[in-house]
Design a protein around this ligand. Sequence first.
Ligand SMILES: NC(=O)c1ccc[n+]([C@@H]2O[C@H](COP(=O)([O-])OP(=O)(O)OC[C@H]3O[C@@H](n4cnc5c(N)ncnc54)[C@H](OP(=O)(O)O)[C@@H]3O)[C@@H](O)[C@H]2O)c1
Length: 188
Amino acid sequence: MDGVNDTKTALVTGANKGIGLAIARGLGSIGFTVAVGARDEKNREKAVEELRAAGVDAFGVALDVTSEDSVAAAAKGLDRLNVLVNNAGIGGKLDGGAQDPTTLDLDVLRTVLDTNVFGVVRVTNAMLPLLREAESPRIVNVSSNMGSLKLRTGPVLAAYAPSKTMLNSITVQYARVLADTNVIINAS
Ligand SMILES: NC(=O)c1ccc[n+]([C@@H]2O[C@H](COP(=O)([O-])OP(=O)(O)OC[C@H]3O[C@@H](n4cnc5c(N)ncnc54)[C@H](OP(=O)(O)O)[C@@H]3O)[C@@H](O)[C@H]2O)c1
């Protein structure tokens, strides 16, 4: 039970723009209080203002998914969490054949994995204690059809595409471990 205030809270990572901001707006429109996770303070506050102007009950959460300290502080600052949307993601550098597999820049691969995969693990594991206490907790990992081994769609991006393949795979690992709990996790 949530007690006095029964509003459900959703945290969206990378919610200051793009798909994350749209997800935040959508969750707000169906009654969620939205925690706007974003690393840049100015952009975060701008998004919070924009969401509030659209009638969303929103507040900002400083969150860089590549930083253990930032993620831990974000989790500490929340008193409840019903939904986690792991949206923050990067495509990674392309210049100089950086994402051609035959000339793959391993630093680019590391950087992309650090955000798109390790970032999701960092945030998910930090937020799980709060989620486990919630009613009907949900985790959504924002993937891409470029991560599909079957479709082989989109441009050749040998850091980004495999990062989403790994994200899909790790989501399945979470789903197996959480199968006996009330936490439902999906990649979309
Ligand atoms: N656009 C597409 O066609 C498409 C298709 C399939 C899947 N996706 C996935 O959808 C998600 C959102 O994509 P988008 O198109 O909306 O991209 P976007 O406009 O570039 O937005 C990405 C968001 O992630 C944030 N972010 C990046 N690194 C971060 C970090 N270390 N900590 C916290 N936030 C971080 C960005 O923050 P800053 O503003 O501070 O950089 C931004 O808010 C990504 O996971 C992407 O892979 C996109």
